[in-house]
Design a binder for this molecule. Structure first.
Ligand SMILES: NC(=O)c1ccc[n+]([C@@H]2O[C@H](COP(=O)([O-])OP(=O)(O)OC[C@H]3O[C@@H](n4cnc5c(N)ncnc54)[C@H](OP(=O)(O)O)[C@@H]3O)[C@@H](O)[C@H]2O)c1
Length: 332
């Protein structure tokens, strides 16, 4: 069973492994998933101690929220529903929350998150709307995603329980700009999203041609694929050789790539929970087993060292999708 811990000054039990629902949305990045399979996966996750489920209205225009709502209809008290809004102004935040509640089939959201920060709207306006929703009982707690040091400073005075950040063996950029330390100092629980680098860290993709075209939209890949919003040359030239090397370590040590990927994140003191996507019960079972595995310190040290050159080469922009704002991205 996956362990949970209690969020500070709250009765919310936050599981150390959380399940993402983006893959259930039918979005281009993931392609179709059978709803019945998605629902079975969510229920099996609950049966195995996962309490926390992450969604967003952006995942398939609300489709992922609908699937999550159907799956937990009779198990509401067992789950922590986390969803988001990616709009900065008061009225649109309130409206989006009401629509999410309908799709989720519930009258409260446990953790309502700012999906991305907006540079040109005062933080007070955005967070003020979340506080209003809290007072109205529509949300229990406020969470954020993709908040770097500047945004954390700007949100002082508000109770923010979680910060969801992109973090994995091949995307360690939040280590470089002070985000981890600031989040901890502000009392936020950090949960790492895209922990398997959208499948790369399972070892099943050996070169870019193996990666489904719709998924080549992140800054892992070159903008020449024309799938994404960035204009970078990507990091394929260093990611695939690294994955090959990690595969060798996996074979030598006897730990699977997924076990190594989770082992790295579990070794990070700042990280409290890992937010993974599982398309079906088979992937969920594999990932639950990998999550339980204890990896020796020397193996963790070795793979951390191996990934160091990627961290150095990738620069300071921790945003996995955009190189906007003069190349600094949106995690600031
Ligand atoms: N706050 C934000 O801005 C933000 C951004 C992105 C994601 N998220 C959240 O984070 C969650 C997790 O991220 P993610 O799903 O994008 O990335 P991920 O967890 O790194 O990758 C999940 C994908 O990898 C493949 N996979 C998983 N386990 C596997 C296994 N054992 N063997 C083989 N393949 C496996 C599956 O896709 P295939 O089978 O199709 O390969 C699965 O959908 C999302 O669902 C979402 O809730 C949040």
């Amino acid at each position: 069973m996956v362990e949970s811990y209690r969020l500070k000054d709250s009765d919310i039990c936050f599981s150390r492994m959380a399940l993402g629902t983006w893959g259930y949305s039918g979005a281009e990045v993931w392609g179709k998933n059978d709803d019945e399979v998605s629902i079975r996966t969510i229920n099996e996750a609950i049966d195995n101690g996962i309490t926390v489920f992450d969604s967003s209205p952006r995942y398939g225009d609300g489709k992922a929220e609908e699937v999550l709502g159907k799956a937990v209809r009779n198990r509401r008290s067992e789950v922590v529903i986390c969803t988001k809004v990616r709009l900065p102004h008061r009225d649109e935040i309130i409206a989006s929350c009401n629509e999410s509640l309908k799709r989720l089939g519930t009258d409260y959201i446990d953790i309502f998150q700012v999906h991305w920060p907006f540079r040109d709207v005062p933080m007070e306006e955005t967070l003020g709307a979340y506080e209003e929703l809290k007072r109205a009982g529509k949300i229990r707690e406020i969470g954020v995603c993709n908040f770097g040091p500047g945004c954390i400073d700007a949100s002082k005075g508000h109770r923010i329980v979680t910060n969801q950040l992109p973090y994995s063996l091949i995307w360690r950029l939040i280590e470089k700009n002070g985000t981890l330390d600031k989040s901890i100092a502000a009392g936020m629980t950090i949960w790492a999203y895209v922990p398997l680098a959208q499948g790369l860290l399972t070892g099943k993709f050996h070169c870019v041609d193996d990666v489904p075209l719709g998924r080549r939209n992140s800054r892992f890949y070159s903008s020449s694929w024309k799938q994404g919003r960035h204009t970078d040359s990507g990091f394929e030239d260093i990611i695939f050789p690294f994955l090959a090397r990690l595969g060798e370590v996996s074979a030598e040590s006897g730990y699977s790539m997924v076990e190594l990927a989770f082992g790295f994140l579990k070794a990070q003191k700042a990280v409290s929970s890992i937010l993974v996507g599982c398309r079906n019960p088979e992937q969920l079972r594999m990932n639950l087993k990998a999550f339980e595995k204890r990896i020796p310190d020397d193996v963790i040290e070795h793979i951390t060292e191996l990934s160091e050159p990627l961290k150095e080469r990738m620069g300071m922009n921790a945003d996995l999708w955009e190189n906007g704002d003069g190349g600094k991205g949106r995690i600031y």
